[in-house]
Design a protein around this ligand. Structure first.
Ligand SMILES: NC(=O)c1ccc[n+]([C@@H]2O[C@H](COP(=O)([O-])OP(=O)(O)OC[C@H]3O[C@@H](n4cnc5c(N)ncnc54)[C@H](O)[C@@H]3O)[C@@H](O)[C@H]2O)c1
Length: 349
């Protein structure tokens, strides 16, 4: 394996999942962890070689070829820039960068340094999403008319970005991936009930080339159905429904279920009536959050070793989404839909 050393930055709530994933992948022997809060080291120290918990990236960068950034979003740019300029390949948690200007800088830096960078959009790797992507490509659903997702539930409000920017963005990315590109227009409705300057309730309405309509709802104030597997004490719903010309798919990522129904409308001489098959569950391998992280890290390492494009790259999963989020907030401020100009999302290099 070409990966000589791995440096994970951040050992907070989600950093623990990354640590568990590196262990599950059998790569803890080449792992370093940088975490300024030394009280958190006790979780990593037992699984790392002595001396491999450090306060800052600078203390370990020379020993590694990969940097895994699991810090809050406002601490993404500096470490990512330093890692790329030092010739490291980078895995970075979502959202890649908080602004389109920063995302463009990183997309261009990846291009210039010829490094690999993958963003942590792990729903792409869930077996239900993989099944849906394959069946869409095989034509089982026909054209996609509507795709909608709910990523919501009573949960502590993150302080780095608003709820669409941290939670809804998972499904914004998933929809781009399933539909083959970003939306043409976005219309946003947000509320900031907690008066923090960040939305705690948000809906995005999206229109894609070919006429597909998308909707993502995110929020901390709506009740969720299941105990959250990542945030202790939270209740959550993470559901996606995709409606095609010939079939619909309903995914519940928390319950790990996928139900497919052959469904279309036919004109019977009087009216358009539904022609429905039986809702059919699709058997799925279990895939908890650590397993999803394992799968995305495995794909990243393969891209690093073979020098191939990553599965969620700096343009499609970084810059495109950063531009989409800026148009989302503009739409909310102006109370009007905003257009994503495709020319603005291509890096200049
Ligand atoms: N994929 C997912 O489902 C998912 C879930 C939760 C969080 N996340 C993402 O993971 C990232 C981290 O979130 P979290 O919930 O773990 O945050 P957190 O606040 O719980 O932990 C972040 C940790 O990073 C440390 N840190 C800050 N700056 C650092 C630096 N320069 N170098 C090293 N460590 C540093 C902090 O001390 C803290 O321990 C965010 O980008 C978030 O969006 C992704």
């Amino acid at each position: 394996m070409a990966v000589t050393g791995i440096l994970q930055l951040g050992l907070g709530n989600f950093g623990r999942r990354h640590l568990a994933a590196w262990q599950r992948l059998g790569l803890a022997d080449r792992l370093w962890v940088a975490e300024p809060d030394t009280a958190k080291w006790s979780e990593a120290a037992p699984v790392l070689a002595p001396g491999r918990c450090v306060r800052s990236a600078a203390e370990a960068l020379a020993h590694v070829s990969i940097v895994d950034i699991v810090t809050p979003t406002e601490h993404h740019l500096g470490p990512c820039r330093e890692a790329l300029e030092a010739g490291k390949d980078v895995f970075i948690e979502k959202p890649m960068m908080p602004s389109a200007a920063q995302a463009r800088e990183i997309a261009e830096l990846v291009e210039r340094t010829r490094r690999r960078l993958q963003v942590g959009y792990y729903y792409r790797f869930h077996p239900a999403a993989q099944w849906l992507k394959a069946e869409l490509a095989a034509g089982r659903f026909g054209g996609v008319r509507y795709v909608t997702g709910e990523f919501l539930g009573f949960k502590r409000a993150r302080t780095d970005v608003g709820v669409m920017h941290t939670d809804g963005i998972h499904f914004l990315d998933l929809f781009n991936w399933l539909l083959g590109g970003p939306p043409e227009d976005v219309y946003a409705v947000c509320r900031d009930h907690f008066r923090r300057g960040l939305e705690d309730f948000a809906i995005a309405l999206l229109t894609y080339a070919g006429g597909t309509v998308g909707k993502v709802e995110a929020g901390y104030i709506q009740p969720g159905q299941w105990e959250d597997k990542v945030v202790a004490g939270a209740m959550t719903t993470k559901r996606v429904t995709l409606v095609g010309e010939r079939a619909t798919a309903e995914i519940d990522f928390e319950a790990e279920t996928l139900i497919v129904t052959d469904a279309r409308h036919e004109f019977n001489g009087t009216t358009w009536a539904p022609v429905l098959g039986h809702p059919t569950p699709v058997a799925l391998e279990p895939c908890d959050p650590v397993e999803m992280v394992c799968r995305e890290l495995t794909a990243f390492i393969q891209a690093v070793e073979h020098r191939t494009p990553t599965a969620a790259g700096p343009v499609d999963s970084g810059l495109h989404l950063a531009v989409l989020m800026e148009r989302f907030y503009e739409s909310h401020a102006r109370r009007q839909p905003q257009r994503l100009e495709l020319t603005e999302v291509v890096p200049s290099t």
